[in-house]
Design a protein around this ligand. Structure first.
Ligand code: AMP
Length: 399
C-alpha cells in the first residue's frame, strides 16, 4: 500500500492543475497546469523534477486535457510512471460540498449527486470539478476517486457563526448561510502549527490567515473551525486582489438601483474591486506595495485597508475563542509579504502578539516562527500544501 501513487486534480472552469504523488515519502513526481481549455491558445506546463516543458495542443474539454496529462505522465521524456495502472487513486479538489459533506469522501453516484445539488452555491466551480470527476471515471474505470471539499473543514462552525441576519426561512429553504472556503489549507497549516509547537491540536487555539489572491481567516479552536471570513460566496471578509471584502448591503442595493444588472454587479464585486479597485494599479500585492513605496496615495490606501482588515479579523477571532495561542500566515501574501505580516499584527501587543523583525524581515516561502521569544502568542509562517492534504485523504479513503 505504501507504493501508492496518487493523482491530485484541481479543475477550474477553463484550467486544470495536477500533481502526481508517490505516497512513499509523500514525494511529488510531476505536476503541471493546463490553461485555456476550450479556448484558443491552450497551453500545458508540465514539470518533472526540476525541468519543465511547455506544450500547446488544441484542447477542447477537460476529458481531453486529462488524456494529455496522462500521456505526459507516461511519455518517454516527460513521464514518471511506466503505465497508467500505477495510478492507484485520484483525489479531486471540489469547491462546494454544502452541509452534507463534512470531510473528504470516496466518490459514488450519491456523492456526484450531492456535488450537483451544490451547483447553485458554486455555479462556476462545481460543474468544472464534476467534469474532472466524470472524465477520470471514464478514462480510468475501476480506479477510485476521492472528493476533498473546500467547505468541509468549516462545517464544524456553530450556527451563530454561519447564520446571517436575514429571515431564517432563507436558510431553511435555500441554504443561505456562511460556508467559507480554503478548508484544506486552514486544516493543513493549523495541524502543522500544532506539530511545530509540540502541542496537541486539541489543546490550542489558532488563527489561520490564508492570504492569497483570494483570502480567508479562520478561528481554529482545538482543531475545529469555529468561524471563517468567507461566506456563502467568496467576496466577503478581508480585502482581496479583485474582490471587495466586507461591504454594507446598501452599497450593493445602490449599485443595482443605478442600473447595474446582477451579472454586472457580480463583475464589479469579484473582478474590479479589492486591491485593484482601490489602487487602480494592480490586483497583485507586489505591484501595489511597490507603487505605495513610490508615493502612490491610492496604492498606499489599498495596502492600509488590507492590513487593517486582517488585523480586525485576528482580534475578532481571538475574542470569539477567548484567546489565541498561535497565528499562522500562509498562501502567496502570507508566505511572502513580511510587510503585510508586520503591519497586520502591529498594535496587537495588548493581546500578547509581538513580531521579531529580525525573524520576519525578508522571510519568504519558508516555514518559520516569526514572533519574539517573549511573545505570548506564537506567530508562524507555514507554506500551505492543499494538494498534499488531498493526496493524504485520497490514500486513506482509497485503501
Ligand atoms: P496565491 O493566490 O496564494 O497564489 O497568492 C497570490 C498573491 O500573493 C499575489 O496577489 C501576490 O500579490 C502575493 N505575493 C506573492 N509574492 C509576494 C511578495 N513577495 N510580496 C507581496 N506579495 C506577494
Amino acid at each position: 500500500m505504501c507504493k501508492m501513487k496518487i493523482l491530485v486534480l484541481n479543475c477550474g472552469s477553463s484550467s486544470l492543475k495536477y500533481q502526481l504523488f508517490d505516497m512513499k515519502g509523500e514525494e511529488v513526481l510531476a505536476k503541471g497546469l493546463v490553461e485555456r481549455i476550450g479556448i484558443s491558445g491552450s497551453r500545458v506546463k508540465h514539470t518533472k523534477g526540476e525541468s519543465s516543458t511547455v506544450h500547446e495542443p488544441d484542447i477542447q474539454d477537460h476529458a481531453q486535457a486529462i488524456k494529455i496529462v496522462l500521456e505526459l505522465l507516461t511519455g518517454p521524456d516527460t513521464g514518471v510512471i511506466g503505465d497508467l495502472s500505477e495510478i492507484t487513486a485520484v483525489g479531486h479538489r471540489v469547491v462546494h460540498g454544502g452541509e452534507k459533506n463534512t470531510k473528504s469522501v470516496l466518490i459514488s453516484q450519491d456523492v456526484v449527486k450531492g456535488i450537483e445539488e451544490c451547483i447553485p452555491l458554486a455555479p462556476l466551480h462545481n460543474p468544472a470539478n464534476l467534469m474532472g470527476i466524470r472524465a477520470m471515471q471514464e478514462i480510468l474505470p475501476g480506479v477510485p476517486n476521492v472528493a476533498a471539499f473546500d467547505t468541509a473543514f468549516h462545517q464544524t462552525m456553530p450556527q451563530e457563526a454561519y447564520i446571517y441576519g436575514v429571515p431564517f426561512e432563507y436558510y431553511e429553504k435555500d441554504k443561505v448561510r456562511r460556508y467559507s472556503f480554503h478548508g484544506t489549507s486552514h486544516q493543513f497549516v493549523s495541524s502543522r502549527a500544532a506539530e511545530i509547537l509540540g502541542k496537541s491540536i486539541e489543546s490550542i487555539k489558532i488563527i489561520t490567515c490564508h492570504l492569497g489572491n483570494g483570502s480567508s481567516l479562520a478561528a481554529v479552536d482545538r482543531g475545529k473551525s469555529v468561524d471563517s471570513s468567507l461566506g456563502m460566496g467568496t467576496s466577503c471578509g478581508i480585502l482581496m486582489g479583485t474582490r471587495c471584502g466586507d461591504v454594507d448591503a446598501s452599497v450593493l442595493l445602490h449599485l443595482l438601483e443605478q442600473g447595474n444588472s446582477p451579472s454586472e454587479l457580480s463583475d464589479i464585486l469579484h473582478k474590479k474591486s479589492g486591491l485593484l479597485g482601490i489602487s487602480g494599479v494592480s490586483s497583485d500585492l507586489r505591484d501595489v506595495e511597490t507603487a505605495a513605496a513610490k508615493g502612490d496615495k491610492r496604492a498606499k490606501l489599498a495596502c492600509d485597508i488590507l492590513y487593517r482588515s486582517i488585523k480586525k479579523y485576528i482580534a475578532a477571532y481571538a475574542a470569539v475563542m477567548g484567546g489565541v495561542d498561535a497565528i499562522v500566515f500562509t498562501a502567496g501574501i502570507g508566505e511572502n509579504s513580511d510587510v503585510t505580516r508586520k503591519a497586520a499584527t502591529e498594535g496587537l501587543e495588548f493581546m500578547g502578539v509581538k513580531i521579531d523583525d529580525a525573524k520576519n524581515d525578508g522571510l519568504r516561502g519558508k516555514e518559520a516562527v516569526i514572533s519574539a521569544d517573549d511573545s505570548k502568542v506564537t506567530v508562524l509562517v507555514i507554506p500551505t500544501n492543499e494538494e498534499l492534504v488531498i493526496a493524504r485523504d485520497t490514500q486513506r479513503l482509497a485503501k
